[in-house]
Design a protein around this ligand. Sequence first.
Ligand SMILES: [Zn+2]
Length: 71
Amino acid sequence: MGTEDKAPRPPVRMCVRCQVTTENPVVVSVVHQNSGPGFVVYACGPCAAHYPPQPDVLTVLPQSRRAGDER
Ligand SMILES: [Zn+2]
């Protein structure tokens, strides 16, 4: 009693492409919903290579102000 399955389990996710559970999930997409939290789509390593790199909001900012542009 009290010693049930409380051990931390590895983050096992199911690949969205091959439907196989993987212990090394790679985030390939994040779905944002209008209401409530969105969900993350995972893929296994090999399948993740087939997905384009997830654009990061911090990296897709306009680069009009790059260091060195000033004098
Ligand atoms: Zn896969």
